[in-house]
Design a protein around this ligand. Sequence first.
Ligand SMILES: C[S@@+](CC[C@H](N)C(=O)[O-])C[C@H]1O[C@@H](n2cnc3c(N)ncnc32)[C@H](O)[C@@H]1O
Length: 260
Amino acid sequence: MAAGILDSYVLSIPSAQNALDIFRGEWSSKFPPPFGHLVAGPLQLFQDPRVEWALSVLGGVANKTVLELGPLEGGHSYMLERGGAARVTAIEANTRSFLKCLITKELLGLQRCHFLCGDFVHYLRESRETFDVCFASGVLYHMLDPVELLASLSLHTDRLFIWTHYYDDELISNNQALRPKFSPGTPHSTAGFEHTLFRQEYLTALEWSGFCGGGRAHSHWMTRADILAALKFLGFKEIITACDEPAHQNGPAFCIAATK
Ligand SMILES: C[S@@+](CC[C@H](N)C(=O)[O-])C[C@H]1O[C@@H](n2cnc3c(N)ncnc32)[C@H](O)[C@@H]1O
């Protein structure tokens, strides 16, 4: 009987595609030129207008330190390094995503991005390190306690970029695909900020090995108004929003740039 370990060997000439194929079918991102021909995923996360907007309104990242939460496959990390960041510290909890980030780092020759494998909530609770800019794209709605994340971030930076989904009763109750994932809102208080949390179940999304949500089977979403009020409550004085997508297929979403 053939040993299963032999399935882990690549018997063809070395190539970038071989590296991507370790996670074939699990990539979300399309690689940028000169790797655009490679078979990976469909999303333009290496050429993402949300990141371009953040860089334009937060004064760029040239020579700045950046904390990136949940890099997934390193697309935004790549854009931050190309934007001149002095150092990008990117924390990823999903081990498959972490390894995909390392593949990206090797293929694209990233020099100033450093990927840490673990939970950024724990990191933010325990670390005293501060950063010129924090990128929290695609992570707030994966939290059990989203305000705890915002409160922790407010202790680590004065400049914050967020892209997130938010709960909107009308938009979500009128959407047949999204409605079954949510429970009615419950009042909650974190760090003295009163708000409403809406429990969201990942359901069948957990069946895909390229799953890119949080580490539990559910998370809590907030309303748009509560997210903005929480940022004000936590001391962010200038708050700009953009890229509003109320009809986004995974739920209403928007971008926020917040500075103290
Ligand atoms: C939806 S993806 C967002 C990817 C990318 N930042 C973007 O905006 O396109 C969420 C990422 O955060 C990671 N993640 C979720 N919760 C995390 C946590 N507590 N600590 C570290 N990474 C986490 C997931 O594994 C995933 O890679």
